[in-house]
Structure formats: C-alpha cells, structure tokens
Design a protein around this ligand. Structure first.
Ligand SMILES: Nc1ncnc2c1ncn2[C@@H]1O[C@H](COP(=O)(O)OP(=O)(O)O)[C@@H](O)[C@H]1O
Ligand SMILES: Nc1ccn([C@@H]2O[C@H](COP(=O)(O)O)[C@@H](O)[C@H]2O)c(=O)n1
Length: 525
C-alpha cells in the first residue's frame, strides 16, 4: 500500500510531553520537527551517581522530502510505550545569514544544499550533549525568513534522540556518534512532488521558485553529497511502503534499550549501613555519621510540631498549618548555608552600621512534584524573589524504578552559563529509598549546577533507606531535615489495574516508620 497521502501527520504526538518550553510560532521548523513523547525516563546513572548509559542516538539521512521526518515519527509511534524520545532536525542548524545572503535566498540563488550551509560543529555539539544526558539549547530556524531566529529551544531528558537531515551522515564525527544509521531512499519524482506540495504549503514558496532551486542546487547536491552517504547506513528504508522496515527498526531499538535497562531502586535500599541500633526509634543523633545531613535542633517546640504532624487524628486544617510552619523553619535553616557578605548601611538615626547581605547569585527552588509543594510555599515566604521550577518523578508501576516524567526548570538552571553560579534548593516531603532524590540531584548536575550549591530540604529522612548511598554518591550535597526516622519498610499494596476496577494489581512501596503518612495526600486532598 502506498501511504503517500500527503497527510500532515494527523496522529503525530507533537505535544506528548513537554520537556522544557516549545516555541509558539507554527512557521518554525524546529517546532514541526520536534516530537517529545514522554513515557518517562528511567535512571541513566549508577549508584555512584555517575551517568552510565548514554541516550540512544539514531541518525536519519536522505534527500529533501524523502520522508526523513515521517520515518522518525513512524519510529516514535511504533516504539509506543517507551522512554522519552526527541526528534532533532538538522534544518535547525542552518547558519545565520547576512542580509545579502537572505536577498539571494529570496531569489532562490543561495545554495542551502552544500554541506557548508549548515553549522556542523554546532549540530555535533548538540547531539553530543543530548547523548551525554546534558541539556542543550537548539537554534530555531525560519524557512520563510531564511534566517536563524534569536530564540532557542531547550531540550533535556531524552532516552532516545533521532537526528534527521540531508547531511546527517555527512561528517565522520557525526557518524561516530550514532548507535544506528538510517538512509531513507525515495524516488526522485516523488521527492520533488512532495517538496513542491510541502514548500508551497509550509515554507511560503512558489512552484517556479521551488523548481528553479531544485534544478540549480537540490538535485546536484543530492547526487554529489547526499546519496553517497547511503553507504554508511546500517539500514536503507524506503520513503513509502516502509512498515516492515519501521517494525524491524523499533524492535532493534527496544532490544537495545532493554539491554541498557537497570535495576536501580532495590540497590539503593539494599546498601543500607550495617551495625546500627535497632530500627524502632526516631533518631536524632545521625549528623555525626552524615556530616552533610543538617538536622534542626530537637527543641521541645520542634518535637511538638512533629508530634502533631505524626498524629493521625490531627485535623486537615492543623496539618496544613503545622506543615507550613515546619517548612518555614527548614527553609530558614537552609538559608543559613548560603554565603553572605559584609554590607554597611546608614540607619534612620544617621548612624553607619555594619551588616550582611546575601552573596549567592541566583537562588532557586526546584520542587519534586507533588509533595514538595508545601516547601515551595515556605521558600517563597523566606526568599520572595526565588526562581521556581519543578520535576515530576514517578515510580514505574511495572518495574518500581523511578521515571523522570517532566522537567520544568528555571532559566538560571536551563542556561548552563548561569547554572554554575546558581544555588538550588531541592524540595521534597521525605527521603525514603532516595531514588527520587537521586534522580533530581542528577538532573541538576547534568545542567551544570555545582554539587556544593545543592541543598535538599525535606520534612523526614529514613535512616535505613537510601540516604547512605545518596551521601556516598553526592558527598557535597547538603540535606536539611527536622527528623530522621529509623525504619523503612517494604509493603505490598493492591490497587485497581484498570478503569473498571475489575483487575487488581499488586505493587511494592516503601513506607517510612513511624513516619507521617503520605504528606502530600494529607496536605492536598
Ligand atoms: N510515507 C509517507 N506517506 C505520506 N506522506 C509522506 C510520507 N513521507 C513523507 N510524506 C510527505 O512528504 C512531505 C515531506 O516529508 P518529510 O518527512 O518532511 O521529508 P524530509 O524530512 O525528508 O524532508 C511531508 O509533507 C509529508 O507529508
Ligand atoms: N532557507 C532555506 C533552507 C533550506 N532550504 C532547503 O531545505 C532542504 C532541507 O530540508 P528538508 O526538510 O527538505 O530535508 C534543503 O534541500 C534546502 O534546499 C530552503 O529551501 N530554504
């Protein structure tokens, strides 16, 4: 069956998961070609905190309008329920043009089909960053204006990256990066027909202009530069009628991902320290063993607050009130860790007096959704101009592993140049297995935030949970809490497996004891 219907990808998962912000203008190629499909990203690092599995990188080359983007989308759809995928178009990397070059382009007299028209080193750097699980800011190119725009598109967190472009297999340095190389082969007439239809509709071109440019540059470049790279491909995929090829490719990718899959959470808790006192009491003397664990002074007032919060008969109103109060105390303690510099002021009495002011560059809060929310409110009470962001980390019900589902970071972290001077308060209700905390810290490090500029603020830590592994992996990250409970217990829970409630699924969870219950549920529901 020929599927060359010219449809505009009716079922493409364009907004399947918004990792970072997308540009709004529909004329921008980067938006059309960027597919973000988020089932969530499993851990890409080991228990020592270091990344161990790169993103899986696929390069797709082929002539203009051969169907490279279409093939990339078909792969994404065929993969189905898998970790986050991003499609990166080489078109975004056309160089910035001078006004003279733009005038030539408007007259179809600029050669966009020579390899030198593209910023190959920048393209390679972006791919390298994504492969190494670092964030990248992709340029945005406008085909109607023949120009790179001032905005960029932030990308982070993909487990699979599909890079497509006419010159995707041109450069040996690029080819060395890919785990899988694909060439889309298509009949020249079909490519021309598709190009005319697409460029008239989407790129604001006339048929005459398209034909002019095609004969002058596009066709010769295909013969001289593009087609010869097909010999580097692992797989040649037809530009239509290619369902079998797509199925083979997605089976291969699934197998590769399966081989890279890791069992992370059980290792966190199985590495508990041994020789500790019996797990029955609330601990208050752990700071010696965990020098970076800052435990609030166990004053009668603080113990009173925890007693109210631990009490299951506490009303919702009181619970919210005391959680808010505790959040403020914890944030105040965390602010003590920030640097201050001397500052002299003149009082209303006209007396010059020495004082201090914050010397911390950017300070931001990153909430682990949803239960870190009350701490975010506490942060806003203490530092009213703190920038805010959030991470959604959830447990995969099938594997019990943490999954990174959503990343929404403040600009001072998204921009690598600012990230190194940023202080980040990570906010989550409790640290049990520490799997979410581990992932959140890794995300910040991937962005270039310094380990000693990360402060994790939490209401409760399980002494026998993943805290020791966390501390070993990230010894410079400080953790501020008000209580350390002795016990972390594994529990099987049963829950409906489908909407009609007919099937019951058993799932393992870890519960801190004595604990405070599900803090997020008690606060929000
Ligand atoms: N297999 C296909 N079936 C139907 N239409 C297709 C197919 N492949 C590509 N097209 C159409 O051809 C045009 C160019 O395809 P695209 O994937 O954007 O090409 P490329 O990325 O190689 O330039 C698009 O408008 C798309 O609708
Ligand atoms: N301002 C520009 C820049 C590039 N082109 C053409 O785009 C083609 C590559 O994009 P595909 O999505 O078709 O792979 C390439 O052949 C250039 O001629 C353009 O027309 N205007």
């Amino acid at each position: 069956m020929n599927d060359d219907s010219g449809d505009e990808y009716p079922d493409a998962p364009l907004d399947g998961g918004n990792f970072g912000s997308l540009p709004t203008s529909t004329t921008i190629q980067a938006l059309k070609n960027t597919v973000l499909k988020s089932h969530g990203r499993p851990p890409w690092y080991g228990e020592d905190g270091q990344p161990i599995s790169d993103a899986f990188l696929i390069g797709i080359a082929g002539g203009s309008a051969s169907g490279k983007t279409h093939v990339a989308r078909q792969i994404v759809q065929s993969l189905g329920s898998i970790p986050t995928v991003v499609i990166l178009s080489q078109d975004s990397f056309y160089k910035r043009h001078t006004p003279e070059e733009v005038a030539l382009a408007m007259d179809n007299k600029y050669d966009f089909d020579h390899p030198s028209a593209l910023d190959m080193p920048m393209f390679a750097q972006c791919l390298m960053d994504l492969k190494k699980c670092r964030q990248t800011n992709v340029p945005v190119y406008s085909f109607t204006e023949h120009q790179r725009l001032d905005e960029t598109q932030y990308l982070y967190g993909a487990a699979i990256v599909i890079a497509e472009g006419i010159m995707a297999l041109q450069d040996p340095a690029l080819r060395a990066l890919y785990d899988l190389k694909i060439f889309v082969q298509c009949d020249s007439d079909l490519m021309l027909a598709r190009r005319i239809r697409r460029d008239v509709k989407e790129r604001g071109r006339s048929v005459d202009g398209i034909l002019d440019q095609y004969l002058r540059y596009v066709k010769p470049a295909y013969d001289n530069f593009v087609f010869p790279t097909s010999r580097y491909a692992d797989i040649i995929v037809p530009g239509s009628d290619n369902h079998v090829a797509i199925e083979l490719i997605s089976t291969h990718i699934r197998r590769q991902l399966h081989e890279r899959a890791r069992r992370f959470r059980p290792k966190m808790v199985s590495r508990r320290p041994t020789g500790l006192s019996p797990p029955s009491t609330v601990m208050s003397n752990v700071s010696d063993r965990h020098p970076n664990l800052i435990l609030l002074p166990q004053t009668p007032q603080l113990q009173g607050i925890y007693t109210i919060l631990r009490d299951e008969t506490t009303s919702k109103q009181d619970f919210i009130f005391f959680v808010d109060r505790l959040a403020t105390l914890l944030i105040e303690a965390a602010v003590e860790l920030l640097p201050f510099r001397p500052k002299s002021v003149e009082t209303p009495c006209g007396v010059e007096t020495p004082g201090k002011e914050l010397d911390a560059g950017n300070v931001c809060g990153v909430t682990i959704l949803r239960s870190g929310g009350p701490l975010e409110r506490g942060l806003q009470r203490v530092i009213n101009d703190a920038l805010l962001g959030s991470l959604l980390v959830q447990t995969d019900s099938a594997t019990a592993e943490p999954l990174l589902l959503h990343v929404m970071l403040p600009v001072c972290i998204r921009d690598r140049a600012q990230a190194k001077d940023t202080w980040a308060f990570l906010l989550d209700a409790q640290i049990g297995t520490a799997a979410s905390a581990f992932m959140a810290i890794r995300v910040l490090l991937d962005h270039g935030v310094r380990q000693d500029h990360i402060v994790f603020i939490t209401f409760l830590v399980a002494r026998d949970g993943g805290i020791s592994t966390l501390r070993r992996a990230f010894p410079e990250v400080r953790i501020v809490t008000g209580a350390v409970d002795a016990n972390l217990r594994e529990l099987w829970i049963e829950e409906p497996a489908n909407e009609s409630d007919t099937l019951v699924r058993r799932r393992k969870v870890w519960v801190i004891e004595p604990g405070m219950g599900q803090i997020g549920d008690r606060y929000y529901l």
